[in-house]
Design a binder for this molecule. Structure first.
Ligand SMILES: *Cc1c(COP(=O)(O)O)cnc(C)c1O
Ligand SMILES: [Zn+2]
Length: 427
C-alpha cells in the first residue's frame, strides 16, 4: 500500500501510518473517524483515463490503484460495481429538466450500493487474517457483507434491528450469516455490534467507524464520471475541459452519511488527479423523520455537536438517529456548495412508482428518496433546467415489497373468460 500515505483524523488532523491504527483516532475514541490519504502522483503514474479505457474489467477493481488494499490481496469474485447509468429523458421532461441520469445500484450482487463497501471490508479483513467479520446494519450493509462473505467462505455475524424488512433478513439467512436481530433501532444494533467486536476481536465493518468503507463507496463517483464520458451519442458536455465529464449535481439519499461522504471522496480523488475540473454539488436527501444531518446543515451546527434524535421513517435504509458518518456527510454537502433536503414518507412512497414509470428503475424507499429529493429541489427552484443531474438509486425495489405496494393501486382480478377482461378494461 505504498500509495496510501496516512490515515488522517477528521477531528484533530493527526495522521497515522496505515499499520498504526485499525479504525479510529485513538485520541478521539469511537468518534475519531479517519480519512485515507493518498499519494496522487504515484497513483497517476499507475492508472489514467487512457489505461482505464483499455481495461475490460467492469467491476470496482478496475480502479484498484485508487483503493486502499495491498497489491497482492485477492478480491471477492462477485461482480461489484459497473452498474448502469441510464439517461432518463421522460423523467427529466416531466420535471422541466434537460439532463437526468439514474444510476441503478439495485443491480449490485446483493441489490444495494452497500456491496461497494462490503467488498473492501472482506479484503481488509482477509489481509488481517480475521476469522470473523461483523457489522450492524439497517439491512443492506449486512446483506452486502453476507453475500460477499459467502462468495469467499468467510464467517460473519450481522446485527440488524428486528424491524428490518423481511427480504433483507432473508438474504442474511440464505447467505449463511450468523444473524442477530436486535430489539431496538439501528443505532442500538450499531452500539451492540461495536461492543461485541471489541469483546470477541472480530473485524468491524461498521459504517462511520471503519475508514475503508468510504473508499469502496467512492468508486460510484468514478463510474459516474467515466460513464458520462464514454456514453455514445450527443453529449451535453461538449467543449468542456477535463479528461472525464463531471455532472453538475448528484442526488444522494442519506442516513449515516457514508455514501454521500464516499461520493465526495471519489470526486476529490478525481480532482486531485486532474481527471475532472469541477466539483459537482452534492445534494443530500433525508427522510423528514430521520433528518439529523438536514437539521445540522440548516442550523450550521458542527458534526461533533449533534445529538441523537428518535428516527422514524418508512425508508429503513436511511433511518439513523445519530448518523455514524456525520463528519463526512456534512462536509460532502458544505464543501461542494450542495444542499440538504428533507422529504416526507408520503413523498418517498410516491417517488417509487414515479421513478419506476419514468425510467424503468424500481427503487426501495430509501433509494426513491433521492428522486423525491430531486422533485422537491425542482419545486424549490434549487436546480437550473439545463444542469446535468444524477439520481443515485441506491437499492432495489424488491428489497421492500410491502412499502412498494402501499405506493400503487390494486390490480384487476377477472374470471377466466374474455368478456370479463373486456368489462374490466372498460372500467
Ligand atoms: C445505506 C443506504 C443508504 C444511505 O447510506 P448512508 O451511508 O447510511 O448515508 C441509502 N440507500 C440505501 C438503499 C442504503 O442501503
Ligand atoms: Zn483525533
Amino acid at each position: 500500500m505504498d500509495h496510501v500515505t496516512s490515515l488522517k483524523c477528521l477531528i484533530c488532523g493527526r495522521e497515522y501510518r496505515p499499520d498504526e491504527i485499525e479504525y479510529v483516532c485513538p485520541k478521539h475514541g469511537d468518534e475519531g473517524i479517519v480519512d485515507v490519504q493518498y499519494d496522487y502522483d504515484l497513483i497517476g503514474r499507475r492508472i489514467s483515463p487512457a489505461t482505464l479505457a483499455a481495461n475490460p474489467n467492469p467491476t470496482i477493481w478496475r480502479y484498484r490503484p485508487l483503493l486502499p488494499i495491498e497489491p497482492d490481496s485477492l478480491v471477492p469474485p462477485l461482480t461489484v460495481g459497473g452498474t448502469p447509468l441510464y439517461r432518463a429523458d421522460r423523467l427529466a421532461a416531466g420535471l422541466g429538466l434537460q439532463h437526468v441520469w439514474v444510476k441503478d445500484e439495485g443491480r449490485e450482487p446483493s441489490a444495494s450500493f452497500k456491496d461497494r463497501a462490503s467488498a473492501i471490508a472482506v479484503v481488509k479483513a482477509q489481509e488481517r487474517g480475521a476469522e470473523i467479520i461483523t457489522t450492524s446494519s439497517t439491512g443492506n450493509a449486512g446483506a452486502a457483507l453476507s453475500a460477499l462473505c459467502a462468495s469467499v467462505g468467510q464467517k460473519n455475524v450481522i446485527f440488524v434491528p428486528e424491524s428490518a424488512p423481511p427480504a433483507k433478513i432473508t438474504q442474511l439467512l440464505v447467505y449463511g450469516s450468523t444473524v442477530i436481530l436486535v430489539r431496538g433501532a439501528y443505532d442500538d444494533a450499531f452500539e451492540l455490534c461495536a461492543q461485541a467486536a471489541k469483546e470477541f476481536g472480530w473485524y468491524n465493518r461498521n459504517t462511520g467507524y471503519n475508514p475503508y468503507m468510504t473508499e469502496g463507496k467512492k468508486t460510484a463517483a468514478y463510474e459516474i464520471c467515466e460513464q458520462l464520458t464514454f456514453t455514445p451519442g450527443p453529449s451535453p458536455f461538449e467543449g468542456e475541459g477535463g479528461m472525464w465529464n463531471a455532472p453538475d449535481r448528484i442526488f444522494v439519499p442519506v442516513g449515516d452519511g457514508c455514501i454521500i461522504g464516499g461520493i465526495h471522496k471519489g470526486l476529490k480523488d478525481l480532482l486531485a488527479l486532474g481527471w475532472i475540473t469541477e466539483m459537482p454539488k452534492l445534494m443530500g436527501v433525508q427522510a423528514a423523520g430521520s433528518a439529523a444531518l438536514y437539521e445540522a446543515w440548516r442550523t450550521g451546527m458542527a458534526a461533533m455537536q449533534m445529538t441523537p434524535i428518535d428516527a422514524q421513517t418508512i425508508a429503513d435504509s436511511i433511518s439513523a438517529g445519530l448518523p455514524a458518518d456525520r463528519i463526512k456527510g456534512l462536509a460532502a454537502v458544505r464543501e461542494t456548495g450542495g444542499v440538504y433536503i428533507k422529504v416526507t414518507d408520503d413523498e418517498i412512497l410516491a417517488a417509487i412508482p414515479a421513478l419506476a414509470r419514468g425510467s424503468g428503475v424500481f427503487a426501495e424507499p430509501a433509494a426513491a428518496a433521492a428522486y423525491a429529493g430531486l422533485v422537491k429541489a425542482v419545486e424549490q427552484g434549487l436546480v437550473h433546467p439545463d444542469e446535468r443531474i444524477i439520481v443515485l438509486s441506491t437499492g432495489n425495489g424488491l428489497k421492500d415489497i410491502a412499502s412498494a405496494r402501499k405506493s400503487v393501486g390494486e390490480p384487476m382480478v377477472v374470471d377466466k373468460d374474455l368478456a370479463a377482461v373486456k368489462r374490466a378494461l372498460s372500467k
